[in-house]
Design a protein around this ligand. Sequence first.
Ligand code: NAD
Length: 498
Amino acid sequence: MRSVGHFIGGKEVKGTSGRTADVFEPMTGDVQAKVALASKAEVRAAVENARAAQPEWAATNPQRRARVMMKFVELVQRDYDKLAELLAREHGKTVPDAKGDIQRGLEVAEFACGIPHLMKGEYTEGAGPGIDIYSMRQALGVVAGITPFNFPAMIPMWKFAPAIACGNAFILKPSERDPGVPMMLAELMIEAGLPAGILNVVNGDKEAVDAILDDPDIKAVGFVGSTPIAQYIYERAAQTGKRCQCFGGAKNHAIIMPDADMDQAVDALIGAGYGSAGERCMAVSVAVPVGKSTADRLMEKLIPRVESLKIGTSIDPSADYGPLVTREAVEKVKGYIDIGIKEGATLAVDGRGFKMQGYENGFYLGGSLFDNVTKDMRIYKEEIFGPVLSVVRAHDYKEALALPSEHDYGNGVAIFTRDGDAARDFAAKVNVGMVGINVPIPVPIAYYTFGGWKKSGFGDLNQHGPDSVRFYTKTKTVTSRWPSGVKEGAEFSIPLMK
Ligand code: NAD
């Protein structure tokens, strides 16, 4: 059986804690690997390696750091198919979807290639007599990223690419459910010319996470995962004075206005609601048709589409989506369907009985669709994270706007309409971090920033784009005066720029 260790000091090392976790192959349900779970001492060893290597890396000129990132981009492209297949086999998503996972991460590595320009400071000549002021951005030192199972390529790259380009050393703690791809990415960084110790991967669970949070040499933590853990990490990291950004769960609404192109909206809902088995933080999980006739037209078109979803193995190129990540995930989603029925929602399509022929032990679930969901129901308030779409019927636009705005989560939202006024009003007023106009999954491109509001995000600054450079650097401001004839004598009050 394959075993996955840690990546410390530029190479894979075996775990020494004696603890491991099973890595499943969701499409068969088999255990395909054992991943080591790091102890506090192993995390400390990674931090010490990182601390020793970081000053020289930070002193390497930014253009050279960018070249390593450029080479890394080239190497990931070389190994695209291998990475995508491993990702699909560990996570469960289909190979084309796995390629998208890699690509959206790679775009952030491409963005990080611009680091010589992105890290430039500011300069003011003559801010006072003979006085010039300039600011510079400096790396923080050793920083860490703790990432979820659902994007094992993209989110690690969102974290380590900008952090490393800025001159930091990085400790990555990926999800223990699909650790293979993060380990391969670390190897590719070394092949690209990254010095040993600058990118370390410690696999593990809560013990490794707590060791990261309590380590005084780690200066910043970027987390992505579920909301309860995001909140826990935000609070605990703050106790040791770390800079911290924690992105959590979601409940993304799609508003369907009466004038929407219904075929386009249904296509969008099917892809965004059920793609990747709904295991995306930007998946649409609530559809809000505005007005009874819109709702009736939507349901008429949606039901046959959900019923005919093609569920397949992760390596079936014709599958719409593959298995979920674990058996527990399947049971949790089924549990929510039971809750929805008890709460009085109408189960228009029931995916619970789905069986994958020849793969009876795999973690499969058919697509489910609820109608007449109301905002007091748990299936509306809580994140299900599976192939289940809930339809909440709104009487008018005002009610539709209020639903995502008042929801606890605030990651993404979309509106489907042909009315520019309505779209503009919605984008301006909705209390959610990322908005799509006739775009169901509005994940901003790498040179903008990504981040949800309310319970979907804790801390300052977003991921990727210019915010990532701000998050992984600190600003130093220098005020300088050269003795070029300006003699003012001793000053006892606060200095002013005269
Ligand atoms: P998770 O919270 O279970 O795990 C995330 C990370 O935290 C993993 O590395 C895990 O090992 C660690 N962890 C888990 N339990 C812990 C504990 N008790 N103490 C310390 N660390 C712990 O999340 P997941 O199931 O891997 O990922 C799915 C979740 O991530 C969903 O809620 C999804 O919405 C969210 N997500 C959010 C975004 C975003 O940008 N907002 C993006 C992707 C996923």
